[in-house]
Design a protein around this ligand. Structure first.
Ligand SMILES: [Zn+2]
Length: 382
């Protein structure tokens, strides 16, 4: 059996894929709404249960429940490493978005909140596994599918859980949206977020300004220093995105604070910038700092192992009529965590489209059978 056999099977299920996508999009799931998240998690559990995997909901108090599904490989040796698939079912869209922007199909594109990021990817995984089952193929190694509900807010709850599960994985597939033209992601930037609080000293700006120490002036100087921590050649960027400070117009500002985001391609750049931020030195005497934050997502570096995994995907893609390319993105996701553990992680396996986190978010429906067949072929051959 070849990848094109899966393609034929999946082409016969294209309408079903579209109607399922519609259902998932209509079950809204903003990252911070536990009731809605759990409703979709339960739906996914019921839906996926027809594929014969072992269901393991991982319940949470505040976050959406996770769902771990294990598909065994009857003929593989015991203790064989797993293939891990990471999906998140939360979206950035608040409740009610679906009434303002209902699911619709225009010229072969499906629109709707979360359709690209990443409910389309969940649909692909389901049908890839269904094709494997429907065509009576045996998985060469166990497959674990982990569905999480807090990716869009930085995976505060899921991170530890997915890192634990990933330890036993040979490789990780992430059916998030690809880069434009369906390009797979083999490298992603790491992201750090920091907050710097500056304490100065208040004084009347008319009577005795010399007794004050301006936290706002200090902040202005520190921002220029922070900006210089960026490195264009290495792709390290610093964005001081939020600032505030001062109390009144006639008071030397006793307090100021800034929040900044750092994005890096390499772990050693993350280490360098983090150390520099933690070691900020006041320019004016009498100023003190309080620095909090750190790297929430480590960079996903392009290792030899991930190159090999991509080459395999490229080869399989050929027999599906796909000319797969690889690329890198400044965005971060759950794949960053598994890549940082040294596990080859192939991202961007979801359906091509445009407009993640934007109102024109859409996926190209024609791509679904091919992309699902690619996931099935990877699971069967790697
Ligand atoms: Zn996503």
């Amino acid at each position: 059996m070849t990848p094109s056999d899966y393609l034929t099977y999946l082409e016969q299920h294209q309408n079903e894929m579209v109607s399922t996508l519609k259902t998932l999009v209509e079950l809204e799931s903003p990252s911070t709404d536990k009731i809605l998240l759990d409703r979709l998690q339960q739906y996914l559990q019921d839906w996926f249960s027809s594929l014969g995997g072992a269901m393991e909901p991982i319940r949470q108090k505040k976050a959406g429940n996770l769902l771990k599904i294990t598909f065994t490989a009857p003929n593989s040796i015991a203790g064989k490493k797993t293939a891990l698939i990471l999906c998140h079912y939360d979206t950035v869209w608040p409740e009610g978005t679906i009434s303002a922007r209902p699911f619709k199909i225009v010229a072969g594109k499906a629109f709707g909140p979360g359709v690209l990021d990443m409910k389309g990817g969940i649909v692909l995984v389901y049908f890839a596994l269904q094709a494997i089952r429907g065509l009576k193929r045996q998985l060469p190694r166990p497959v674990i599918l982990l569905l999480t509900g807090d990716e869009e807010i930085g995976s505060p709850v899921s991170r530890q859980i997915l890192e634990k599960i990933a330890v036993g994985a040979k490789y990780v597939l992430v059916p998030e949206a690809p880069l434009p033209n369906g390009v797979l992601k083999t490298a992603r930037k790491g992201v750090g977020r920091f907050r710097i609080k500056i304490q100065g000293k208040a004084a009347h700006s008319g009577i005795e300004p010399e007794k004050g120490i301006s936290a706002v002036t200090e902040l202005a100087r520190q921002i220029l220093f922070l900006n210089r921590l960026g490195d264009v050649e290495k792709g390290t960027t610093i964005n001081v995105g939020l600032v505030k400070g001062g109390t009144k117009l006639n008071v030397v500002a006793p307090v100021a604070e800034a929040e900044l985001e750092v994005r890096v391609w390499q772990q050693n750049e993350a280490d360098r910038v983090e150390a520099a931020i933690n070691n900020l030195q006041p320019v004016q005497p009498g100023i003190s700092f309080n620095v909090t934050g750190g790297f929430n997502r480590p960079p996903m570096e392009r290792t030899q192992d991930v190159q090999n995994l991509f080459s395999r995907a490229k080869e399989l893609g050929k027999s599906l009529g796909l000319n797969l390319q690889e690329g890198a993105t400044g965005g971060a996701g759950d794949g960053n965590f598994t890549a940082a553990l040294g596990i080859p992680t192939l991202d961007g396996l979801g359906p091509p489209g445009e407009g993640a986190h934007a109102e024109h978010e859409h996926v190209i429906l024609q791509s679904f059978p091919q992309r699902a067949a690619l996931i099935a072929s990877l699971l069967l051959s790697v």
